[in-house]
Design a protein around this ligand. Structure first.
Ligand code: HEM
Length: 406
């Protein structure tokens, strides 16, 4: 087993030599359960497609955030974000009505159990050193863990059928463009490939995006000045959620807000939701001139690249959105010199095809949330750790207090 840490070596692994390594573990697990073909190629969610769903995504975020106020000033962000990101995916990715989760009462439970199984394993494995533990966590995600995928498969098939029926029915006023309908109309994927895409959306995409949003809120609670600066940036451009259009026009400009973008980039850098990517050599090859025999396992922890002080400076472990602005020490320009200095979404043919939609969801949900509420930790003394499961989120659950901004 080899652990790949430096950006140059990662660059050879993911970009120059990618044809010498196997498919992603996620795909292999689904293939092992007979749910997708191991040869499946995920078409990226094209930025043009993401742009088409922008309006419904932004409106969905506003609605979710407004609904909180009707309930309680204290909120369990961990539970709220899992449910909210899944709800958003339902409307924007699968074209469902906003209450679609009620049709699948076991869905959240089966997703939660996948994470809970990870926690049990973590406890069992806690006698091992951290790195070995992470490795075992990955290899223990075997067929047994896939039991809940039976239910996910049922939901995925149902969602696909609903979307296919919509294509032949006359368009109803409530119909919204969504990613699955765009893929169906494109017609280049078979039903089984479509099913694979939906399963990935359900099983992996929501958990990763939700984990990142939880880190976002934790960092904003720890850095109230960043909250204020974010709010100022959005409101200084003459927009507020109380405007007559309910803030709907804001989404048109949202990605042009440099500070908001910098905050999202910094949270993604500091808290990559995927703990490890695993690569198996499918033939004899080399990395940085070191011979890699066929069958060798190579592990790449994204955090090692993302916290590399050579690239990000001495404050690599510090939450500092300013670094992304041109005056910062590690501006976008300098990190672009080697893309593998930031491995949150990986790089090359095996990189995350959902990154544009994940970024969009995080950007919109953060903007909607921060314009509506000032957020602080319920217990500011509470220490937080990271789960050592496949997806990395803060533990224990994040409890926050909200003050509505009038
Ligand atoms: C912040 C959220 C996300 C993060 C940090 C993330 C990260 C990653 C990473 C690191 C990989 C590579 C895994 C490997 O090489 O083993 C990956 C793969 C993948 N991601 Fe994401 N992801 C996120 C959200 C999403 C979303 C929203 C979608 C779908 C819309 C998605 C779909 C996929 C798929 C299909 C793959 C497998 C690609 C392949 O191997 O062909 N991800 N993701």
């Amino acid at each position: 087993m080899i652990i790949v840490l430096g950006p140059e070596a990662i660059s050879e692994l993911c970009l120059k030599q990618h044809h010498s390594f196997s498919h992603s573990k996620t795909i292999e697990l689904l293939a092992e359960a007979g749910l997708v073909s191991s040869q499946i190629i995920f078409t990226g969610v094209h930025p043009g497609t993401v742009a088409k769903i922008s309006t419904s995504l932004w409106e969905g975020c506003l609605e979710l955030v407004r609904d909180i106020g009707q309930h309680t000033p204290t909120l369990n962000i961990s539970q709220w974000s899992s449910r909210s990101i899944l709800e958003l995916s339902g409307t924007c990715v699968f074209g469902q009505e906003s209450d679609w989760l009620s049709r699948y009462p076991c869905l959240l439970g089966s997703l939660d159990r996948r994470v809970a199984n990870g926690q049990v394993k973590k406890a069992v494995l806690s006698i091992f050193p951290r790195l070995i533990r992470s490795l075992l966590m990955l290899t223990l995600c075997n067929r047994k863990d896939l039991a809940d995928l039976g239910y996910l498969e049922y939901v995925a098939r149902d969602l696909l059928q609903i979307e296919k029926r919509k294509l032949v029915e006359p368009i109803k006023p409530s119909y919204t463009i969504n990613i699955i309908s765009v893929m169906l109309k494109d017609g280049s994927l078979t039903d089984e490939e479509m099913l694979g895409h939906i399963l990935i959306f359900l099983a992996g995409a929501s958990e990763t995006t939700s984990a990142t949003f939880q880190w976002m809120i934790l960092e904003l609670c720890r850095h109230t000045a960043v909250q204020t600066k974010l709010r100022d940036e959005i409101q200084s451009r003459g927009h507020s959620l109380s405007r007559s259009d309910g803030g709907k026009s804001l989404f048109l400009q949202i990605e042009a807000f440099p500070y908001l973008r910098a905050v999202v980039d910094e949270v993604l850098r500091l808290h990559p939701a995927v703990a490890l990517t695993e690569h198996e050599a499918t033939r004899d090859t080399t990395i940085m001139n070191i011979p890699i025999p066929k069958g060798t396992l190579l592990l790449c922890p994204p955090l090692a690249a993302n916290l590399n002080t050579r690239v990000w400076g001495k404050d690599a472990t510090v939450f500092n959105p300013e670094r992304w602005l041109s005056r910062g020490p590690a501006s976008q320009k300098s990190t672009n010199q080697n893309p593998c200095s930031n491995m949150t979404f990986s790089h090359g043919p095996r990189s995350c095809p959902g990154q544009s939609i994940a970024r969009k969801m995080l950007t919109c949900l953060t903007a909607a949330f921060i314009c509506q509420y000032q957020v602080s930790l319920e217990n500011p003394e509470q220490p937080f750790a990271s789960t050592e499961a496949v997806y990395v989120k803060p533990i224990p659950d994040l409890m926050v207090q909200l003050i509505e901004i009038t």
